[in-house]
Design a protein. Structure first.
Length: 580
């Protein structure tokens, strides 16, 4: 498999670790104890302590809840081996190496989505009704993560992602089982939620490395009656406000210092009826997905900040293209708003790390989604344990430097950077079409579809990279035969920029490997000169076509722009041969 060359990015440095102090609110700002403003930049560790089906290619398994996934695994390998799998998953998914790398990128915070069942028993499994059992292994894992973040001078934000019973009708995000009472349908589930936060606050009251308590992730519930709107049309939200008040009181009974974070109904964004909030050391978290990155998209939250004199935090966002990431982060940072993007890793390409599962995983997914035969218990166990013990580990993940660059460098520095060393010697050389420069759209490349805005447009979701592999830009990239990569669906008006290094310079003949049923024309522009046109006749299969004439490369750095003027097809790469 082709490996992404890791270009040295300016922001990837070892950061000095300074003594941490408690975060708090100061009017509309988040500050440390000295009063210095802190802009939180970080990632959410989705998929670690709470699995969602889509992160594992299992969105079609039931509704993608973790308990459904676990039951499917147990059906194949039994309960004892399933428990072994989940222990290995927790051990290996997120480790110190992951956190160390985040710090080197320049991130200063981590949002931990917690599943309550790692910390306490479900109400129906408690030996004594109304009394809470605390599961030390879960707290031990939080302690370990806290040690890793503190070692890097980063803040850890605790997020109750799955509350007892589940807090909404979007079932996977809270691992909710609709056959059981939800958080809102059970007094005992709410009591346990409050007790859990009191226990967390008791344990971490004196720990400045904990940045905040994010009380409840994305509640989405119609309190006024069935409406199918996930709480988006609620105007009162009285049960949610009461629960927040009760949790805050329980926390303040043992912890007077940590900042609280509250989210609205409707996946975090409907704050009607929730404000003002009595505890002044509280920030508002909104979530942002698949909409336009314009002032109008955050105007309601800016108005809340101004009206109630509270800080804002973009507590969750992501699952889009590099264009969208850069624009969203540029927008919120312009307004002094920090962010936590989602997730750090999954089986999928649009995050910093991509989990590449072993070949057996596809067979399991096919069986669970009704597209393949049932594997044997031994085969299933081998696949699952390789996934949990090897595939999900940091060093075996595919690192997408373009995603990190879009988040941390491009909002402040839009210049293009090489994605890989593209060196042409005196004799010649070759470059892959997929190794175009890293940088913003319009500077490093241009593509017809470069982000998903379906929430704003009301249209179908846009797949910006049709091949869903390698890069998270608008450029469409396909992996052929499981190995070689090429740019596909390259259509008129699209282009890519390449930074080349030539040893000594000179004249070269250039061949371009293309395929196109329709044919058309490509243009190659070197160092801003006049474009050279390559006519591509219609035909099938891959062909190498020579650019008419010779190309002069300068000694040292050169720039190539490859464009489509009438071409519609694929490009694999370019070969340079000395014309001497």
């Amino acid at each position: 498999m082709k490996k992404l060359a890791l270009a040295l990015l300016a922001f990837m440095t070892t950061l000095p670790v300074s003594a941490q102090t408690f975060l708090r609110t100061d009017g509309q700002r988040i500050v440390d104890e000295s009063g210095k403003e802190v802009l939180l930049r970080g990632m959410g560790l989705g998929g670690w302590m709470l699995q969602e089906g889509y992160m594992l290619q299992l969105g079609q398994l039931g509704s993608g809840q973790q308990h459904r996934i676990r039951a499917a695994i147990a059906d194949l390998i039994g309960e004892e081996k399933t428990a072994e799998f989940y222990r290995a998953w927790l051990d290996n998914h997120t480790r110190k190496a992951d956190i160390d790398m985040m710090a080197r990128w320049g991130m200063n915070s981590v949002r931990l989505p917690m599943h309550y069942d790692l910390l306490t028993l479900p109400v129906e499994k408690e030996p004594v009704a109304g009394k809470d059992s605390w599961l030390e292994d879960g707290f031990r894992r939080i302690d370990a993560l806290l040690a890793w973040t503190k070692a890097n001078g980063m803040y850890l934000i605790l997020d109750l992602h799955a509350a007892p019973g589940g807090q909404g009708n979007d079932l996977p995000i809270a691992d909710r089982d609709p056959a059981r009472p939800s958080l809102w349908q059970s007094t005992e589930n709410r009591r346990k939620t409050i007790a859990l936060w009191r226990e967390l606050a008791r344990r971490y009251a004196d720990e400045p490395g904990i940045g905040a308590y994010d009380l409840l992730n994305e509640p989405n519930w119609d309190f006024s009656g069935p409406g199918g709107e996930h709480g988006c049309k609620e105007t009162g939200n009285a049960p949610l406000k009461q629960l927040y008040a009760d949790i805050a009181a329980a926390i303040r009974a043992v912890d007077k210092r940590h900042m609280l974070i509250i989210e609205g109904n409707c996946w975090g964004n409907n704050f009607q009826g929730l404000l003002p909030f009595a505890d002044r050391n509280t920030a508002l978290s909104f979530h942002k997905y698949w909409n336009r990155n314009d002032e109008a998209s955050i105007a309601p939250f800016l108005a809340l900040r101004e009206t109630y004199d509270m800080p804002l935090w973009l507590g969750e966002s992501g699952e889009n293209s590099n264009v969208w990431f850069r624009d969203a982060i540029s927008l919120v940072e312009k307004h002094g708003i920090g962010w936590a993007f989602w997730p750090l890793k999954k089986i999928g390409f649009n995050n910093p790390y991509e989990i590449v599962p072993n070949p057996g995983w596809a067979k399991l997914v096919a069986y669970w989604t009704g597209k393949g035969p049932r594997p044997s218990a031994d085969e299933a166990q081998a696949t699952l344990m390789q996934l949990a013990r090897r595939d999900i580990r940091h060093e075996n993940n595919l690192f997408h430097q373009d995603v990190v660059d879009a988040m941390l460098r491009q909002p402040h520095d839009p210049s293009p950077r090489p994605s890989a060393p593209l060196r042409i010697t005196a004799e010649g050389g070759a470059i892959d079409a997929v190794d175009y420069d890293i940088g913003p759209a319009g500077i490093a490349y241009h593509d017809s579809d470069d982000a998903n805005y379906h929430v704003s447009t009301g249209k179908a979701r846009t797949l910006w990279n049709n091949g869903r592999t390698w890069r998270n830009d608008g450029v469409d990239i396909v992996r052929e035969d499981g190995e070689s990569l090429y740019v596909s669906d390259f259509v008129p008006g699209e282009w890519m920029r390449y930074s080349l290094s030539a040893d000594g310079g000179g004249d070269y003949m250039v061949d371009v490997e293309v395929k196109s049923d329709k044919g058309g024309a490509l243009t190659l522009t070197f160092n801003g000169g006049a474009p050279a046109t390559l006519a591509v006749p219609a035909g099938t299969g891959w062909r190498q076509l020579r650019l008419p004439g010779r190309v002069a490369l300068l000694d040292g750095n050169n720039m190539l722009v490859l464009g489509s003027t009438g071409f519609d097809g694929g490009v694999r790469g370019l070969r340079f041969a000395s014309a001497r």
